[in-house]
Design a binder for this molecule. Structure first.
Ligand code: PLP
Length: 406
């Protein structure tokens, strides 16, 4: 199949709008992706014709909605190649999934003096919940550092893993540097010491095929809105044995079996972890998004985005005043850079006026900025619908910014 980016762009209505009377060039996909029409229509049609709360309803609409919700779970299961549908828990997003595991795993398995191992390139969502756990339990947070090229220093892993390590959590693809981390290698080493691993897939699942069984991670989390689905829905994948063992992280309706005033027993998987009315419309629309990108083919998407990435990097590298961050390979479709003597925020404001949407700042990864001693970067994060012409426009805008500040 030939990758037809122009046809694909027609699936995304927002890409045809203008900002400041200029065509929108959307390069902020790491923050959130745009939605194809079929996802937009899925939400609209469900609200309009089929809406009903799921589970425990005997009426037609409720049964139909329940069926669609549980089918969405199976779609996610197949998308990430989980063994069972009940290993897929719907949450509000990556942040909620990580907080849930940090609480639940922490309550059961972490005690004073134990260690949690994270990396220096985590998003705040995969730092703060573990710091909160460590504070609660008087445990210790340890950090795998990275090199200036943006590569994790895995030779330090043998030293950092100790008999007190309870869990390792690692970002699959860095949202600031684009580095694709060798999670399989980390997982192999961790498992050799019986340590479970959580993989933050918020920036990988939209760029590359995921097989959680091959990866052998214990937990894998991601957000719907970064993978062409809606906001407010995300996934917590956990191996059955872990989800069976862990206590629920929220109490309420649906997650219970029998409730008396003295005691509550819990529902089975996956419902034990889905307290309250779930975002069933979000789940159904997320499944629609996953079907859409599966139809395009994750391999095709990955190959196309690599071409885009290489093109953008080669063009920006020609400019001697551009400093790129995250030069190691393999690398996903994120270009983080700064312009000599120009604050990223100022550059981003000017680029915006040219119709170019990039993100500036710390990208919720302040320790990465601290590593380089900078206040932030300009980040162009690419998606399956971006083009080389858009990257040319990005480079032109960079030149213009430089001229204006010279
Ligand atoms: N982890 C990574 C790597 C991210 O890039 C993000 C968002 O940018 C998150 C976690 C948090 O995702 P959310 O805000 O959707 O919960």
């Amino acid at each position: 199949m030939k990758y037809n980016v122009n046809a694909i762009r027609n699936d995304f209505p927002i890409l045809h709008r203008e900002v400041y009377n200029k065509p929108l060039i959307y390069l902020d996909n790491g923050a959130t992706t745009q939605k194809p029409l079929r996802v937009i229509n899925c939400i609209r049609d469900f609200q309009r014709f089929r809406n009903s709360s799921i589970h425990r309803g005997v009426h037609y609409l409720s049964e139909q909605a329940t069926g669609e919700f549980e089918n969405a779970r199976k779609t996610v299961q197949q998308f990430i190649h989980a063994l069972h549908p009940h290993e897929i828990i719907f949450t509000p997003g990556t942040t909620a999934s990580i907080n849930g595991i940090a609480f639940s795993f922490g309550e059961k398995y972490v005690k004073a003096g134990d260690e949690i191992l994270i990396t220096e390139m985590e998003h705040h969502a995969n730092i703060v919940p573990w710091q909160m756990l460590c504070e609660r339990k008087k445990a210790v947070l340890k950090v795998i550092p990275f090199s200036d090229e943006g590569k994790l220093k895995l030779d330090e892993l043998d030293r950092l893993i100790t008999p007190k390590t309870r869990l390792i959590t690692v970002i699959h693809v860095s949202n600031t540097l684009g580095t694709v981390n060798p999670v399989e290698e980390i997982i192999r080493k961790a498992h050799a010491s019986d340590i479970p691993v959580l993989v933050d897939g918020a920036q990988s699942v939209q760029h590359t095929p995921i097989d959680v069984q091959k990866m052998d991670c214990d937990f894998f989390v991601f957000s719907g809105h970064k993978v062409y689905g809606p906001t407010g829905i995300g996934i917590l994948y956990g191996k059955e044995k872990w989800l069976e063992e862990l206590p629920p992280f929220q109490g309420g309706g649906e997650m219970v079996d029998v409730v008396t005033m003295e005691k509550t027993t819990y529902n089975g998987l996956p419902f034990k972890f889905e307290a309250g009315t779930p975002n069933y419309i979000g789940a159904i629309a997320l499944a629609e998004a996953l079907q859409y990108i599966s139809g395009l083919g994750l391999d095709h998407i990955a190959a196309y985005e690599q071409e885009l990435l290489d093109y953008g990097i080669s063009k920006l590298s020609e400019l001697e005043y551009v400093k790129l961050y995250g030069t190691t390979r393999p690398k996903s479709a994120v270009i983080s850079f700064n312009l000599d003597g120009i604050h990223p925020y100022d550059a981003g404001m000017i680029m915006d006026k040219m119709g170019i949407a990039v993100r500036t700042g710390t990208h919720c990864a302040q320790p990465v900025m601290q590593h380089y001693g900078i206040s932030g970067t300009i980040r162009a994060s690419l998606a399956l619908y971006n083009t080389c012409e858009e990257l040319d426009a990005l480079v032109d805008s960079v030149k213009k910014v430089k001229t204006m500040f010279s």
